[in-house]
Design a protein. Structure first.
Length: 215
């Protein structure tokens, strides 16, 4: 099987079984998505979704957040991982959005990564979710699942995986493929015990064929 055939099988599978894949973070606008994604680093979407309603009520936009007291933000997000750093990042992000971007969330990776707490992965999420730009955020799920299936080969870093994935997925599907792989990693291709028996990708999955089926 060629790599392109493997990609096509994966695309067809997810188009049929997860046509509407999207982020599980709750948000109403780009500002809220940005804040939620910053909070989601090393934390579950579920936990973030429990936390953001109160945060957004008190700080509904960049202007409000730019004037926030870091300790107050900390109190609102204390149940999330790394609340200290994240509280500082959120207020810093509010300030920079106000001062450099007119209170709006910029929609280029280059501008987004200037914001405190925003790395390439977060910037890729924002631009692909809000604007459907062909950017692939590679988190731990995407990295693991792509390698197991064989969509990536010998990728040592998230950036290497990202480059391979965007080279091989059709441009117009990249924003969706990101969610396909994340959700598959979250619910089926689990890190410690992948649920291979119930996975429809078995026929093309390298890990299944070389490891699981040989046990
Ligand atoms: S067959 Fe198993 S290892 Fe391969 S993608 Fe499915 S769950 Fe993951």
């Amino acid at each position: 099987m060629t790599k392109q055939q493997r990609y096509q099988f994966v695309i067809d599978y997810f188009e049929e079984h997860a046509p509407e894949a999207e982020t599980e973070l709750l948000y109403d606008n780009p500002y809220q998505l940005l804040i939620a994604v910053i909070l989601s680093a090393q934390c579950t979407d579920k936990r973030v979704n429990l936390t953001t309603p109160a945060l957004f009520r008190k700080y509904p936009n960049a202007r409000a957040l730019s004037k926030a007291d870091v300790d107050d933000v900390f109190d609102l997000i204390r149940s999330i991982s790394y609340p200290n750093n994240k509280a500082k990042h959120l207020v810093g992000t509010g300030i920079m959005l106000e001062e450099a971007f007119g209170g709006e969330v910029p929609l280029t990776v280059e501008e987004l990564v200037k914001l405190p707490g925003v790395g390439r992965k977060t910037a890729n999420v924002i631009t692909s979710v809000i604007d459907h730009q062909p950017n692939m955020a590679v988190d731990t799920h995407v990295f693991r699942v792509s390698a197991r299936i064989g969509l990536t080969t010998n990728a040592k870093t998230p950036l290497q995986a990202e480059m391979q994935l965007i080279r091989n997925f059709p441009k117009e599907l990249i924003h969706k493929a990101h969610h396909w792989l994340i959700l598959h990693g979250r619910y089926v291709c689990l890190a410690r015990s992948p649920k291979c028996t119930e996975c429809g990708l078995k026929p093309v999955c390298k890990y299944y064929q070389t490891v699981v089926s040989k046990k």
